[in-house]
Design a protein around this ligand. Structure first.
Ligand SMILES: [Fe+2]
Ligand SMILES: [Fe+2]
Length: 463
């Protein structure tokens, strides 16, 4: 069935439901003016069930939505019917195959008799069950945010598997294509536009066994976020993201025990490590679908802002204009990750350390923009609220607005909540019109070891 026909059928069906409901107030239930429209609804539903097993209608702000697209051509009496449904609290209504005119009739009776407003979906479902209505279910409108977290997670996991496969190919002596890399970079970039917090929060989930892969994805996410803040063109952003994802690809050419060595490197070993940017540059140069800009950014990611890094550039060597982005992202991810030789720093501490090396190893202007986008309380910072609750910042909202969302982990007495609760700092008290909660300051997470940031985000973000 074409969308246009489906819309007509749905409009017709809703109109018949509305008529039956209206007439029920005027005539007995057995009256043809009540019954005939019910049969019409049933007939229309049967047409749908030739192709579908259920018809899902979403009512949001008085608008009817079918398969994600609103149906706008409702006349005013239909609109008032929709408003009535919305007032009761009906969110998503699902008509299932097998429905009988009796179910529809009982549903109309339910609508007619229900005087309460703003019922929860679970309460409505309870009432429908009690009224013996089969084949009509309701459920709450899915939380967009939860949805974003799921999508962000999928994109992140997908990026990890692309890195795994590219690095494996290289280790086996094959030259992989860069097409997949470019695709995941585009996915990350569009997710950042849709919900930056959901994407950036994932960089805090540190998987120490898979450090190389997660580090690559984290650097790509953070570099892309920075590229956004620096207002780079979309092509430049992709080049930065691709370079971020593959910045350490040259390490595949080094001995594994050297990369994984837990203790300090000897000067000879460090000389070996210093080869990875140039090795990476050579590898990227051989790969298809990789632009030269990305290859240069990989070569230059350890040259440092003051050019005292490696490979040591000639004084006149012109760096790629965007080569100052990855070092910032690389540094932040390394500092906030626990390694065998270092304790993980908390986001705010990492920004402080980076502030001190800006001007020497990091570009101070880029660093400033980075600190601004991360905010005074970056996502992942543990904070005490004015309610004396303790939580972790989980969202910044618009960059530069400061922390907006906090996941509360401990109540005012310091007792852990059984289920962490996300609160919005923009929420105001009805009476005083003042924010319910503000951030008093940071808390040292070491005093709350049960609430590691990684565990927190794993608990929040769906697997
Ligand atoms: Fe590196
Ligand atoms: Fe790195």
């Amino acid at each position: 069935m074409k969308r246009r026909d489906q819309e007509l059928l749905i409009t017709d069906l809703i109109r018949a439901l509305g008529t039956s409901l209206k007439n029920r107030g005027l005539y007995p239930a057995s009256h043809p003016l009540v019954r005939t429209p019910v049969e019409k609804v049933h007939k229309n539903l049967l047409l749908f069930f030739a192709d579908l097993t259920e018809l899902v209608l979403v009512i949001t702000d008085g608008t009817l939505v079918f398969e994600g697209v609103p149906i706008f051509n409702l006349n005013s009496s239909l609109e008032s019917f929709m408003e009535r449904l919305a007032r009761i609290g009906l969110p998503v209504v699902i008509f299932e195959k097998g429905i009988t005119p009796g179910d529809i009739d009982s549903f109309v009776r339910f609508l007619h008799e229900t005087k309460e407003q703003g019922l929860s979906a679970s309460r409505i479902q309870e009432l429908l069950d009690k009224a013996g209505i089969a084949h009509i279910r309701v459920k709450p409108i899915e939380d967009d945010e939860e949805d974003d977290q799921t999508v962000a997670h999928e994109i992140y996991d997908n990026a990890v598997s692309v890195v795994v496969s590219v690095l494996r190919d290289v280790r086996l002596g094959r030259i992989p294509s860069g097409a997949e890399t470019e695709r995941v970079v585009k996915d990350i970039s569009s997710m950042l536009t849709r919900n930056r917090d959901a994407m950036v929060a994932l960089t805090l989930i540190k998987n120490y066994d898979e450090y190389t892969y997660n580090h690559s994805v984290n650097v790509a996410v953070l570099s892309l976020s920075l590229a956004d803040a620096l207002k780079l063109s979309s092509q430049d952003k992709i080049d930065v993201g691709v370079a971020g994802l593959l910045h350490d690809i040259g390490k595949t050419q080094l001995a594994l025990d050297l990369i994984r060595k837990p203790s300090t490197l000897t000067p000879e070993e460090f000389e070996e490590i210093k080869k990875h940017p140039e090795e990476g540059f050579v590898l990227l140069g051989k790969m298809s679908n990789i632009r030269p800009a990305s290859a240069y950014m990989v070569r230059e990611h350890h040259m440092r802002f003051d050019r005292t890094g490696y490979p040591r550039p000639e004084p006149e060597y012109p760096l790629n204009p965007n080569s100052n982005i990855i070092p910032v992202a690389d540094c932040y991810d390394a500092l906030t990750t626990m390694r065998s030789y270092q304790r993980a720093r908390f986001p705010q501490q990492a920004l402080e350390v980076m502030g001190k090396i800006a001007g020497r190893s990091l570009d101070p202007e880029v660093m400033q923009v980075f600190a601004k986008t991360m905010g005074a309380y970056p996502v992942g910072t543990m904070v005490r609220l004015s309610t004396m609750e303790i939580g972790v910042v989980s969202g910044q909202g618009e960059p530069g607005r400061g922390a907006q969302k906090v996941v509360v982990l401990f109540d005012r007495n310091g007792d852990p909540l059984s289920r962490p609760e996300q609160v919005d700092l923009g929420e105001t008290d009805g009476a005083t019109k003042k924010p319910r909660r503000t951030i008093l300051g940071t808390v040292n997470p070491q005093f709350h070891p049960s609430a590691s940031t990684g565990a927190l985000f794993s608990a929040l973000a769906p697997a």
